[in-house]
Design a protein around this ligand. Sequence first.
Ligand code: ASP
Ligand code: MG
Length: 421
Amino acid sequence: MIKVFKFGGASVKSAEAVVNVANILEKYSSNKIMVVISAMAKTTNALERLLNAYINDSFDKFSIFEDIKEFHFTILKDLLDETNKAAFTDLTQNFDALELKIKGVPTNNNASEYAQIVSYGEIFSTLIIYHYLKSVNFSCAWKNAGDFIITENKPQEASVDWTNSPAEIKNNLLPVFEEFDIVISQGFIARSKENNITTLGREGSDYSAAIFAFGLDAEDLTIWKDVPGLLNADPKYFENTEKLDSISYRETIELAYYGASIIHPKTIQPLQNKKIPLYIKSFINPDAKGTAIQSNTYSQLQTPSYIFKKEQVLISISARDFSFIAEQHLSSIFNKLSVYGLHVNMMQNSAISFSLCMDNKGEAMLGFIKDLQQDFKVRYNEQMELITIQHYNQDVINDLIANREVYLEQKNRTTIQLLVR
Ligand code: ASP
Ligand code: MG
């Protein structure tokens, strides 16, 4: 069976980091491994700046381009000497193609320009790593993810075609493992049936890895990160974080949904469907155990996990004539939410008012409120914080709400949500 490994930008940010990736792969030399890689370090952000400069025809585009090029060639030269013609030619050809692209005139389809330009980050990173691995005698192949991950014809945040992608992977990628031990491909990028480059959304490489795992019927997926595993809270907000040894798919989806920035929220579903375990492990300390995510692991249910979502707005809606909030009111409120593209993080209904809490989405949210004010009395409070705790107990709640006012509270057996200020 094949294992899938995903390496993010931080794990391939320098020549040293790439050597570390090779050392990790060496530990698994008896396995067949599908390796999914993101763009190096902050390259995707740099490419987004390049895209903007290109679209606005700003002269900056050339210096941004040169910086990206120099960054990658410096890593390549640290890893390989120039007698490795294939490596230097591959990278040069792709940088030449990108340069030609930005010298041209942009179309007015910004989204399509986005996919064409920003997708280069993953191409550069995978080419460098592929050539390096080959040079140190790994049996490996390089493949374009667009040949296997098929999406709707939408350049950004494209939805995956769940009929064609697994079929392409099974028919055309699986056989590659008969000849090679390792196949290197890109996260984040895909292709439509119309043959256009598409992308899966920022931080989408985790999701790509899960799609490959699904199509390959992988033994497991490991996401290599710069943290020891899944933590029970964001260390930015919390002092004594604990690593979770194991957690269920369901709890992970909930954590990701309520805003823990651990893995891309779409990653779990394909894995859960095929019961493929997901491991989060440290690329700095690859022998450590990390976190195992799989179905119904109840081993650590007692460790509370915390998610803090700041910049929340509480909107309270009531009828002007003091009448009850009835079903037709709710249906018109939900309809407006979808029209304004707003996402509700928590809601509560009482006899005469309906409250909901959402991220402060500026314009769209103010439009929604204004629209509601035609039919309802609407009050809103900004600067609130939504706290979600899995496996809560009264002590942890008391600690968190000391000195704070609780505006809304909701709980079930495992999870409590508190909207506080
Ligand atoms: N390189 C892309 C990004 O930075 C995809 C990823 O890293 O997952 O958003
Ligand atoms: Mg990235």
